[in-house]
Structure formats: C-alpha cells, structure tokens
Design a protein around this ligand. Structure first.
Ligand SMILES: Cc1ncc(COP(=O)(O)O)c(C=O)c1O
Length: 436
C-alpha cells in the first residue's frame, strides 16, 4: 500500500516493501503485534461500514463550484462543501492574503506565548468581538480546538461543574466535556422540557454550563436559543453556544442565528438586551462560511483572559499564519456589509429543497441552509455517492456512522450562491437515477 492509497483507503492490505528490515515482531515473538492491531481496528471499520474513503477533489478558485479530480482535465461539481458562500475564492479575501503572505511570509513562527502576536491576530479578534458584540475574543487553530480547549478548561476549573449537553452536539464539544472530567448530563435534542427537568434536579449553587449549537450540521435543525437562555437565567446556568454552521450565514451582519433572532435591531445599530448578548459564550469557525481556517471563542473579558491563560489547546500550539488571519478578517468584514451571498445561498437552498420534494426524494426537514438527503443505509449511501461521481460528475460525500446514527445515513447537500437552478436540476435528476 502506498501513501496515496493509504490516504484514500483504496487498498488496506499491508505488503512490506522489498528490502525492508524484518519487523521486530519477527525477531521477538512477545513484542506487541502493533501492525496486526492496526489491521484489526481497520477491519472492524470495514465490517460496520464506517471506514472512511476520501476522494481526490481539488476545488478550483476560478471555476467555483467546480473541482478537478486526480486528473486535472476532469471536472466535477462539488455539492457538499462547507465553504457555504464561496468565500475561499472571494477576490478581496485572496488579495489580502497575497499581500500579507508576500510581506510577512508563510508561518506564524511559534505559539503566541513565545513568538508574540502580530497585528493580524489583534485585528481579527477585534473584528470578531465587534461582530458578536462581546468584550473579547480568542482565536484558535480551529473551532474543534476552541471547543475542546474551552470546555475542558472550564469544566475542570469550575468547582463541581456540571455540563448539560445537547444530544446532537459536535464531537469537539463531547471531547472537551470528556476531557474536563466534569459531570455530564445529556438532554434530548432541542427538547426544552427535558432540559428543564435536568436543570431542576441540580443544586442552584453548583456551576453549570448548557452546551449547544445554533445550527446542527447533519440535520439542519436550529436550537431554540432564546428559550434556552430563559432556562439558563432561571436556573443560574451559563450558556455555551457553537455557531460554527451559522457564522457568516445568518443575521444582518453574519454573526449567526443569535443575531438573526433580533434582525431588525441589529440591522439598525448596536442594540442591548438581545438574544446574542444573553448568550455567555459563543464559538465559531473561520473555516466554513468565511472560507479560511481557524476557530474562536467570544465572551466576557475575564472569561477569555482565563482561557488564554489556562487552556493548553491555546497555549501550546503554533498560531494561525498571518495571511490566513488577514484573509478571514477580510471575509468577515465583507460579509458584515454584504447580504447578497447569504440571500443567493438561501434562494438556491429553497430551490433544491423544492425540487427534491417534487421528486419525492426524502430530505430531513429543517429550516436551515443544509439539505440532508436521507438514504438510511451505509452501503447505499456510499454506492449513491460513488455513482453520482462516476456517472454524473457530482461530488457529494456519504455521511455514515458515527457522524450520524446507524440507519440514518445520508448525503449532506450544501448549496452555495454558485449552485443555481441549472446545477440544482442536474443534481436532482442524478439523485432520481441513483436512488433506483
Ligand atoms: C458544530 C461544529 N462545531 C465545531 C466544528 C469544528 O470546526 P473547525 O472545522 O473550525 O475545526 C465543526 C466542524 O465541522 C462543527 O460541525
């Protein structure tokens, strides 16, 4: 198996290269059989159909939403990117990245602790703090790291902390909670009655965090943020809201669903007592609607300073490169003042959903920009994804367990402003063919 095959999962048989030294297992029969162990783990993944296959997809900046495959001549239409607004190809973003790259070079030169922080970090954090109307923001290398580092730090430092977590929360939050060793209570997805029952059972004086998302990426559901804030106030809890799939996409300035809920007030100025201001901690990504990479937390000055001072996931890793921070900053500023992309994205989503309904193709119903086409079987989802690619030059990755429960396997379709009616009709006709 060569490196490319290993990466794509094309061939999992391990054949030793000619001329390599005998493995230690052959010399010492009692040595742990590491390679056999790896193979056994992989075999389990193949058996339960959760083994991950990757395709060669090279998204082209000048031909969005097209990509080439491993052949530069072969074009496919990408229908499952989280570059929801095509900002990774936005001319202003690219220009600012080129300028900073030429002036300041490729890397950040170290952790912020050692290398210091450059002007681009500070500008980006100021832009984000303004976006969410919070006192402070801290940028991380990704939102996976931001969620993991923040929840694990908060959960371990707050004495006897209890974290009440939505059943469908992302792996980054689950990992952070696990890492914190805090007590975890799971409430049914978006279920306020279940959440309140769980909160009622906890002593008022114990520190508690409700951890949840605004847009749930695999089913497209949206959290009742305001009502969760009401419960948080009633039971003395702080709220931790992941707006990863909503930043750039909702609200008059793209701050997310919390901002969207007071749309008019935010569109007209800097209102107080909004849903967004009631949420204690907001986390977001620079890697989806903003088209770059990186993550962040936003909250009170003291909270952010505490995480900056204590979280290993922030302290001990090289910071993002200056060009990425400049690009992300441009993307956020751009989306703060432009509504066109968000509107086009929503119209294209509506069109795809309507066409799928016309063809009786089952979609998990939801009010967001995500279109989960339900297939309900891991093997079928993989076959459908492969057929779309091979026969119709359409790339939609199959989503299997453990990302979604067994029996709820799906194709997660994400229209962008570039996926107009013609592409949508191609997709729906292709889906119609592959599902039989
Ligand atoms: C809900 C949610 N939170 C956090 C993350 C991690 O974000 P990032 O890609 O910036 O690491 C993801 C990634 O898909 C996500 O879906």
């Amino acid at each position: 198996m060569n490196a490319a095959q290993a990466a794509t999962g094309e061939n999992v048989e391990v054949t030793p290269a000619v001329g390599t030294a005998p493995s230690p297992q052959k010399c010492h029969s009692k040595v742990f059989p590491y390679e056999d162990f790896y193979q056994a783990e992989l075999t389990k993944k193949h058996k339960d159909k959760s083994y991950r296959f990757f395709n060669s997809i090279n998204r082209l900046a000048k031909e969005f939403p097209k990509a080439h495959t491993n052949s530069e001549k072969e074009r496919v239409t990408v229908w499952c990117s989280n570059d929801y607004l095509g900002m990774s190809k936005n001319k202003e973003v690219l220009k600012s990245m080129h300028n900073v790259l030429d002036k300041y070079g490729a890397g950040a030169g170290g952790t912020r602790n050692i290398a210091g922080h450059n002007a681009h970090t500070l500008e980006l954090e100021a832009t984000l703090a303004d976006l969410h109307s919070k006192e402070a923001v801290l940028v991380f290398s990704s939102c996976y790291v931001a969620n993991d580092a923040t929840l694990s730090t908060l959960g371990s430092k707050l004495p006897n902390c209890v974290i009440i977590s939505d059943q469908l929360n992302h792996a980054s939050m689950i990992q952070g909670i696990r890492q914190s060793s805090a007590r975890k209570i799971v409430f049914k997805h978006n279920d306020l009655v279940d959440l309140e029952n769980k909160l009622k059972s906890l002593p008022i004086e114990v520190p508690k965090i409700i951890a949840f998302e605004s847009v749930y990426s695999m089913c497209g559901s949206i959290a009742p943020i305001e009502k969760i804030c009401d419960l948080a106030d009633k039971y003395g809890v702080i709220t931790f809201l992941d707006e990863v799939h909503a930043v750039g996409m909702y609200g008059p300035r793209g701050a997310g669903v919390a901002e969207h809920l007071d749309f008019k007030a935010h569109a007209n100025g800097r209102p107080e007592n909004t849903v967004m201001s009631r949420v204690d901690i907001i986390t977001g990504t620079l890697g989806k609607a903003y088209g770059c990479v990186g993550g962040y937390i936003a909250g009170s000055g003291k909270f952010v300073d505490m995480i900056r001072s204590l979280a290993p996931g922030f302290i001990f890793t090289t910071s993002l490169l200056p060009a990425v921070m400049a690009g992300a900053n441009t993307a956020i500023q751009y989306q703060k003042t432009t509504f066109t992309d968000r509107a086009a994205q929503q119209l294209n989503t509506r069109y795809v959903k309507a066409k799928l309904a016309e063809h009786d193709i089952p979609v998990v119903p939801n009010p967001s920009h995500i279109v989960p086409v339900l297939l309900g079987d891991a093997a079928m989802a993989k076959i459908a994804s492969d057929m779309l690619l091979e026969r119709f030059d359409i790339y939609v990755q199959a989503i299997n367990y453990p990302t979604v429960p067994v029996g709820e396997e799906r194709l997660r379709v994400t229209p962008t402003p570039g996926h107009g009616p013609e592409l949508a009709e191609n997709l729906v006709n292709a889906l119609e063919t592959v599902r039989y």
